[in-house]
Design a protein around this ligand. Structure first.
Ligand SMILES: [Zn+2]
Length: 247
């Protein structure tokens, strides 16, 4: 059954699916292409710690082992090398590691991007709040190059990521949309580095990179994949499963 709000979401993300369909397709593709069942998959996610992501987390993802949470604010993998190594060593020997990573953004019923209506609240609030906060500081020119404090380490890191793409974000038609694209690229780049630095006692590493889209409280959530790669650790071969995923 199709979600009645999917067309609103697809104005921004043309290949978005509901997050329920996303996980169904993910697990079906892995079973079809690699003959692995959910119980053979050690799942890590790198998503924003925002409570809405817990509320709107697709239940079927729990059929995999995990999740091990790599993410902090807006999905950046703040758990770093230590986090990667920890979960990598929990993988079933005949199985695979799968890392799902995504910044998130809200889209309301009427198509407003960067905010949502949350349970028990009459007014909309920012989503991702951290990204919107960093974007406001970018617009106001308040981000100082190199300023990363221990008191607000994760937020300061996002601020620096945005500062380094200042013109691109500020000149965009939708600054919230563009800031999320910038965030995705920063997360993707970091995940690729972390994956190379980590040893996995299994055959496959699966990487699913996406934008996670939160709807209003009664809309559910959505997801648009940007990358779905399978790394064969025995042969060193890397292959995209995007066509198989969308078939
Ligand atoms: Zn967030």
């Amino acid at each position: 059954m199709n979600n009645q709000h999917i067309e609103t979401v697809r104005k921004w993300y043309p290949r978005a699916l509901t997050s329920i369909d996303t996980v169904n397709r993910l697990l079906d593709t892995i079973e079809r292409e690699l003959e692995l069942k959910p119980s053979q998959l050690m799942h890590a996610d790198s998503m924003c710690c925002d409570d809405v992501n817990a509320i709107q987390y697709p239940p079927r993802a729990m059929e995999m082992l995990g999740p091990f949470h790599l993410g902090g604010l807006n999905g950046f993998p703040f758990a770093g090398i230590t986090g990667m190594n920890a979960f990598a060593h929990h993988v079933p020997e005949d199985g695979a590691v799968i890392i799902f990573y995504a910044p998130h953004i809200g889209i309301t019923k009427n198509g407003t991007i960067g905010e949502i209506s949350r349970i028990g609240q009459s007014k909309n609030s920012a989503c991702c709040g951290a990204a919107k906060g960093a974007l406001s500081r970018l617009i106001e020119g308040k981000i100082i190059e190199g300023n990363i404090s221990s008191l607000d380490f994760q937020m300061n890191t996002i601020e620096q990521i945005f500062l380094h793409q200042k013109e691109r974000i500020l000149n965009a038609e939708s600054q919230s949309f563009e800031a999320t694209e910038v965030m995705y690229e920063a997360i993707d780049e970091r995940i690729e580095v972390l994956v190379k630095e980590t040893h996995y006692p299994c055959k496959y590493v699966l990487l699913a990179g996406a934008i996670f889209i939160n709807g209003d409280k009664d809309m559910g959530s959505f997801c648009q994949y940007k990358k779905f790669d399978c790394l064969n650790l025995e042969t060193g071969e890397r292959r995209s499963l995007m066509n198989e995923y969308y078939q």
